[in-house]
Write a protein that binds this ligand. Sequence first.
Ligand code: 2AM
Length: 183
Amino acid sequence: MSTRRFFVAIALPAPVRDALVALAEPLPGTSWTRPETLHLTLRFIGGVPEEKIADITHHLATVRVEPFILPIEGVGAFPPKGPPRVLWSGVGQGHPRLHQLRQQVDDALLASGLTDLDVRTFHPHVTLARCTPTGAPTFTRWMHLHQQFAAPPFRVNAFELYASELRPGGVVHTPVQRFVLRK
Ligand code: 2AM
């Protein structure tokens, strides 16, 4: 039985992706996200059987959140201390509709029967790069250089369910279904 991995995310419009791509530079041990796969994950689902997807999309379609404006800004690293594994850009404080959206997505997934959602705090971010733990001073310089970064704010009109597959050329994200935001 095929079990692709799935996740729910906000797709980023081209001007935001362009601004994020401009943060990339050759850094030791660092692999930058391909522009077409930049996204803001709302919830990683993981591997589920394909026959479960209809139920998941049925429940995700019940989400009711008004469209909202989201500025992607600032940069940081996971973990916040020690050698970075991930470089990201975030969303700053606030943005209650983003958190409302995440909560409703979780509620929908739970209602569809998924029980093992990760309980860690939601840190909304766009993963820009993954790093092997080398060159810490270089990352400090990069983060300092871009701490005032701000992508053009954009209107979140929808969210998407994606399938993620590891192919020989790297990870491929395929949109499965788009859910338009509405009250
Ligand atoms: P992130 O890069 O924004 O942290 C699809 O794999 C997306 O789901 C990834 O880009 C990742 O988002 C997120 N994700 C969260 N937990 C994950 C996990 N355990 N394995 C893979 N991806 C995960």
